[in-house]
Design a protein around this ligand. Sequence first.
Ligand SMILES: Cc1ncc(COP(=O)(O)O)c(C=O)c1O
Length: 437
Amino acid sequence: MVYVDRTPKSRELYERAKKHLPGGVSYGLRAIPPYPFYVVKAKGSRLWDVDGNEYIDFWMGHGAVVTGFGYEPVIQAIREQLELGTHFGWCNEWEVRWAEAVTEWFGMDMVRPTNSGTEANMYAVRLARAYTRRVKVGKFEGGWHGGYEGLHAGVNYPYDKPASLDLTYAPPKDLVLLPYNDLDGVRKKVKGENLAALIVEPVMGVAGCIPAEREFLKGLRELADEEGFLLIFDEVITGFRFFRGAQNYFGVRPDLITTGKTVGGQYFPGAGALVGKAEYMELLDHTKHPHFWERAFHGGTFVGNPLTMRAGYTLIKDLLSKGEGFYSKLYGVGNKLKSMLEEVVEKHGIQSYVTGLGSMVGIHFTKEKPINGLTSERTKNVKACEALFKHMLDNGIVYQSPTKPHLFLSIAHSDEDLIKFVNVFEEFLTRNKDLLT
Ligand SMILES: Cc1ncc(COP(=O)(O)O)c(C=O)c1O
């Protein structure tokens, strides 16, 4: 394997890592066979590893990065903040500015920062339960909302298996699993469940960049109003991959939005937000609800830290000032790659589909058209996915993981990057016909 020949330092680091990091990695998702490469630097659409190899990156920091790495306005703001302090544990001006920017972005009343997307979802569920005085929550098969156990079910196929060992013994019993893009199916399952909330990714990320149909989201909005539960859009990925979020793109307004990743300036931890209408968010307000048992709790040591707040504020203001122009460029990058891939797939007549919307593109080696999580995963050709990843890695191209050819684009991806991806992909199809038919 070409990769092995040119990554001796990474191999060495991995040998050390295995002793102290379970599986040799900081997050299971980042494990790649035979061992991961260790990144030292990122700029634009490129990464460089400890051995000096360059990669074109289609993972973009778990989808967080929309401008490319090392975006100067954000980096400049952070340089200044490093000198002043990055964690005070007190209120600071940047949290106020950030809150103004985030609420302007989503056209919502209020926001609280969280440490991650997972946390945003955890607090959203709590808030919905507090408001409705109900318990159950609806989520979709294939939907990923982070490791919070209240939502950690039905993520990977087969969906009836526990999503983690601990959950084998204590499954999230108050979850109702629902079929994506199937409004009739959702209506049937939700009826009589007395849901507190329904949480949905407007474009499924981990499940493979599968967009919701506009009518489906509209139907969920109507259902929420009929049944009296809160509609939560998990916009951890989509919040800043679409101008003013997917809620704006689809023209469907949820009650609460959870977001993460990009909301903290795209490169900084402590990046998450729970955003919503005042009617719900005020349940977090100690001045309106003086007794702790009468309000919904939210907090955390690093929430609102000036580093993440300043980075997030700087980026969001920048994106607001660039407006639709930035986003039509970003969608253009995704559309271009998607249509080139579709052309190649059609030309070679293989069992594969390309999905996506805007800057998110998914390749699916599968017999069934991926209209929801279930159909994309049930007949997935895992061997073909793994072989593609290996081939791409040998050619200096990387994306989410060996079994997930799902791509996140940024405006830093050039035509040259896209053409290289498509050419290497086509080379793979030509050489692996037996694997793909
Ligand atoms: C849609 C969605 N929700 C929630 C999360 C969890 O976010 P975090 O990893 O910041 O906890 C993710 C992470 O990838 C995600 O894609």
